[in-house]
Design a protein around this ligand. Structure first.
Ligand code: MSP
Length: 593
């Protein structure tokens, strides 16, 4: 029997110290379909969220993980509409010591706790319009079969052996810790207790015979994978952090626990005295969903993009690819990493009583509003702070005033009495500006607007690809501001439909504004699906005209016919997004007192 030393420090660099990435954009005119990317058209793509622990009810951090994956999935569906080409899974992580202990504390059988909390996640995701194609629970029979098969493959390939593990274990984080990652703090009764340096959660000393995975063999293969796939882990600082960890020696990993200690899990095949380590169990969920071990899974693997929080980077970027390589499979295509939400500057925790309930937020701010807030304000590279006033301010200014106001101003009966998509006049707004004098009415800033909106879908697609969804929304918001400036500059309310001089230009101003709105509505679909639907319906854009493949911006400007000209606008004239500040005044008051 081999004796395994206390587990060594995996890395010196904390991921919380990662720094900001800066992006850049380019400008050009375009008349072709916008945002469709040849490289993705035929391929399959599979997006995943982490599966969520069922020890406690969901909070806004969990919803954020799911929303990021949902937006990536929906954006990809805009590029490749075929349902069969894209898949999106989420689910609940139901085994392990953490759940076993939470059930005991709650006086429930583990299955009871799992059913209850898993249902809460499913309900939240349904309410938040998370469009997952699959929901997995690790207590399902199909998952047990997949995990046991995967275990068998690792065993058959000589990667598992029995050894004595002695070291610290943190049940809250379900991870083994080296001595250097443990500190002592006064506990509830005043005694000094060992806790994890990273999470602050209690740890306990463990000494038992386990199955051990030969992780140490994978240090160089993992380095080669990351060197030759510089985009494997995005944003880049996290990729860099993993390579830093791999500079250190990689210890072998205990992948089972004694069943007498951990009974709530999947037994090791052929050895009931051991339960499979919950992280090995949980990670295999990504394969279970796509049918593993049946051959069908091969059409989805490794075309996989995992969305994860920074706290679980080590498990996804080191353990998981090593397990996969060990089983003769490729690591996942991409790992997208995000940071955390804090609340009024503090870590969210049950003990501090500051956990933000996502369902209350969806009720208060609407589904679209809260989705927009989290994705617009959440920056993957660093932690973001949540407070209610911030939500109200952002939604009022960007959705109610800027976007809603723009739509309202341009479609109001007063300004557009015919209720149709107006015509574009190429004499007033020629594609080659030449000398900007009569009959040309467009000004230099108007050409800048057309250029900005023409390149917007590509910019947005690039930001999605770099997992900077907030930057995509920032770019849309900046174009909305530019479009409002355009409308303000030309004051269509001062032009007269009856005047032969004004009418073509009035139509053109509204046409350009509608075209911009059509692009914004199309690009906002992954983030605010129902608001975007209302916006596009109001513009008279049909369901089959909402993909990126069909998004020809301002075709008349480029000498092509425009299918929308003369079309009747949709009947819904209500506010696109009502301002919150009045109705939520109580909220501000509550916070000030
Ligand atoms: N069960 C594991 C994942 C297994 S995946 C094979 C787990 N579950 S979790 O419920 O603790 O966390 C799920 C996700 O929520 C993680 O991506 C985590 O980073 C994210 N978040 C948890 N708290 C968070 C915040 N305060 N803010 C943002 N995301 C946070 O880990």
């Amino acid at each position: 029997m081999l004796r395994i030393p206390v587990f060594r420090l995996l890395g010196r660099t904390g991921v919380s110290r990662v720094s900001l990435l800066k992006g850049s954009g380019s400008r050009h005119y375009s008349s072709g379909p916008l945002g469709a990317r040849d490289d993705v058209c035929d391929a399959r793509a599979y997006f995943t969220t982490p599966i969520f622990y069922v020890n406690a009810a969901p909070h806004i951090g969990h919803l954020y993980s799911a929303l990021l994956a949902d937006a990536l999935y929906r954006h990809r569906r805009l590029r490749v509409p075929s349902v069969a080409a894209t898949r999106f899974s989420t689910g609940t992580d139901e085994h392990g010591l953490k759940i076993q202990q939470a059930a005991a504390t709650a006086g429930l059988a583990p299955t009871e706790l799992c059913d209850r909390v898993s249902a809460q996640f499913q309900q939240l995701f349904q309410e938040a319009s998370i469009s997952c194609t699959d929901f997995i629970r690790t207590t399902e029979a199909r998952h047990r079969a997949a995990v046991q098969h995967f275990w068998g493959v690792l065993k058959a390939r000589g990667l598992l052996y029995k050894g004595l593990y002695e070291g610290w274990y943190c049940a809250s984080d379900e991870c083994f810790l080296p001595e250097t990652k443990v500190t002592w703090q006064p506990g509830p009764s005043g005694d000094s207790c060992p806790v994890s340096l990273e999470s602050g959660h209690p740890v306990s000393w463990t000494k038992e015979e386990n199955y051990i995975f030969r992780l140490s063999q994978f240090r160089e293969p993992l380095q080669r994978w990351l060197w030759s796939n510089p985009q494997a882990i995005t944003p880049e600082p996290f990729h860099h952090a993993v390579l830093q960890w791999l500079e250190d020696e990689l210890p072998d990993l205990s992948v089972s626990r004694r069943s007498s200690h951990l009974h709530w899990g999947i037994p090791v095949p052929g050895d009931d005295s051991q339960t499979i380590y919950v992280w090995l169990d949980a990670l295999v969920n990504y394969l279970t969903v796509i049918g593993y071990p049946n051959a069908e899974f091969k059409s989805w693997w490794p075309a996989t993009s995992h969305v994860i929080g920074k706290d679980i980077l080590k498990f996804h970027a080191i353990y998981w690819p090593a397990f996969l390589l060990g089983a003769g499979m490729s690591p996942p295509h991409r790992i997208y990493v995000h940071s955390h939400w804090t609340v009024c500057g503090q870590k969210m925790s049950k003990s501090l009583g500051n956990v933000v309930d996502p369902r209350t937020c969806l009720d208060r701010y609407t589904v679209d509003g809260f989705r927009y807030f989290l994705l617009r304000q959440g920056v993957p590279n660093w932690d973001c702070d949540y407070y209610d006033e911030k939500v109200v301010k952002l939604l009022d200014s960007e959705l109610a005033d800027a976007l809603g106001g723009l739509l309202n101003r341009c479609t109001a009966n007063r300004i557009n009495p015919s209720g149709t998509y107006p015509s574009f006049c190429t004499t007033c707004f020629p594609s080659e500006p030449g000398l900007l004098e009569a009959p040309v009415r467009a000004q230099a800033e108007d050409y800048a607007l057309v250029s900005a909106v023409a390149t917007l879908p590509k910019q947005v697609a690039d930001h999605y690809d770099n997992f900077q969804i907030y930057k995509a929304l920032e770019a849309v918001s900046s174009c909305v501001r530019q479009t409002n400036g355009f409308v303000q500059r030309h004051a269509p309310w001062k032009l007269n439909w009856e005047s032969p001089v004004d009418a073509p230009w009035l139509g053109t101003v509204l046409h350009v504004a509608f075209e911009c709105l059509r692009v914004f509505g199309t690009l906002l679909q992954p983030v605010t699906p129902s608001l975007a639907d209302r916006l596009l319906s109001r513009l008279g854009v049909s369901a089959t005209e909402r993909g990126l493949g069909e998004l020809y911006f301002l075709p008349r400007f480029y000498g092509h016919p425009c299918p929308f000209e003369g079309r009747r606008l949709g009947p819904e004239t209500g506010l696109l997004f009502p301002r919150l500040d009045q109705s939520r005044a109580w909220l501000m008051k509550a916070h000030r007192t």
